[in-house]
Design a protein around this ligand. Structure first.
Ligand code: KG4
Ligand code: ZN
Length: 383
């Protein structure tokens, strides 16, 4: 069964064709980053208009790139939640139009849940980037042309971690489509905190890759500044990143009301930092942010049996921040230490894409959970 996936929840217009929930035949992502650059954030109206222009050409490229025709498809899938309402509507309308005109089932896939599926997909040639990471992936059986469901089911129950620009959540997963959220950020998403940190430090957007690059530079001292890590209550699996962000701001500009000054002078901004200060601050921020996530992952694993009623067999991860080099290294090390399988998406599937939508749709369709033409967007205020 070939499924066409469409994803337009924020500022990427994406389409993909995936076979049997496992093998990516094509994955096309048209980014709008340049359109939003001068506004330092996604402008919803500009995003919707750009999706309208891009969606059909992107679908056409995905179908052609897969070497198939629309007649070969078995279903059309789309992410109707969460995201920007105008952006979601464009993808939903395109998917409904295609499904109706081709007489195909329509499947609605939760965008955040789909991020957790990205690491279970396999490139067409069987050669996946995750192999180069040295991180074990659940469905990476060499030479298989579709998801090996026996391998995939041996991953559950699993702990799921989504860290993106709009979401930071922990899940207990019984299968790719049966999951319960057990923790989430109470303020900023992790990617959002990275983006704001980059702005404070005077770095380019998207901020995550900028901070990551700087923190990885030779000589960067990740202990130069001790930033706070929010633990919340002892039991809590929730996270908080706004205090960390404010601490970075104060480290650059000085603490208001205390007559303090920034590292070198009064009323400084990120642009006034020396290269070394900026590097050390980026490394220290990144370390604290990733420490905070790992703390909650560790706590969730300790409590896992109580929450899931069975031992944890794998940690599935997804979202833009899983591209972060420190987070990848820390998760891989944790997996080795605990003898747990850690599934990280290949770098190209960390950020928003439609392959993860088409892949997860296979399981929803198989479980009889198709949508109908009343499928409506469920927006969030941020994406
Ligand atoms: O998953 P995604 O494309 O969008 C949402 O669904 O939100 O994630 C985008 C986020 C941005 O905040 C970006 O700064 C962050 O992922 N990101 C990173 C890295 N690469 C992307 N954050 C930290 N380190 C990275 N290497
Ligand atoms: Zn996303």
């Amino acid at each position: 069964m070939l499924i066409l996936g469409i994803e337009t929840s924020c500022d990427e217009t994406a389409a993909a064709v995936v076979r049997a929930g496992g093998e990516i035949l094509s994955s096309v992502v048209a980014s709008q980053h340049e359109l939003h650059e001068e506004y330092a954030g996604v402008v919803p109206e500009i995003a919707s208009r750009a999706h309208v222009e891009a969606v059909l050409p992107v679908v056409r490229r995905a179908v052609r790139g897969a070497g198939v025709t629309l007649r070969d498809l078995g279903a059309v899938a789309v992410g109707p939640r969460p995201g920007l309402v105008g952006s979601l509507l464009v993808g939903i309308s395109a998917a409904k139009g295609l499904a109706w005109s081709l007489g195909l089932p329509l499947v609605g896939v939760d965008h955040v849940h789909a991020h957790l599926y990205a690491g279970l997909l396999q490139a067409r040639d069987g050669e996946t980037e995750r192999r180069r990471d040295g991180v074990e992936a659940g469905a990476s059986g060499a030479g298989t042309s579709s998801l090996d469901l026996s391998v995939s089911s041996s991953l559950f129950p699993a702990l799921g971690l989504v860290v993106s620009g709009g979401h930071t959540s922990l899940y207990v997963m019984r299968s790719p489509i049966e999951l319960v959220r057990v923790g989430a950020t109470i303020d900023d998403a992790l990617g959002e905190a990275f983006d704001k940190a980059a702005t404070i430090l005077g770095l380019a957007q998207p901020g995550g890759p900028s901070v990551d690059r700087l923190a990885a530079m030779a000589g960067a001292d990740d202990r130069a500044v001790r930033f706070p890590i929010a633990r919340l209550s002892r039991e809590s699996l929730d996270m908080s990143f706004s205090g960390l962000k404010t601490s970075l701001l104060y480290a650059v500009r000085g603490t208001p009301g205390r007559g303090e000054q920034g590292a070198q002078g009064y009323e400084r901004s990120g642009a006034d930092l020396s290269d070394r200060e900026r590097r050390d601050l980026a490394a220290s921020f990144q370390r604290a942010a990733i420490d905070a996530v790992m703390l909650k992952v560790g706590r969730a694993l300790e409590r896992f049996e109580g929450l899931a009623g069975g031992a944890c067999r794998a940690v599935l991860t997804g979202g833009g921040v899983t591209a972060n080099s420190l987070l990848r290294a820390r998760l891989a090390a944790m997996g080795e230490e605990r003898g747990l399988r850690v599934v990280l998406p290949p770098m190209g599937l960390c950020v928003d894409n439609a392959a993860m939508i088409a892949g997860l749709a296979h399981h929803l369709h198989g479980a009889g959970r198709d949508a109908d033409l009343s499928l409506a967007p469920v927006p969030t205020t941020a994406c």
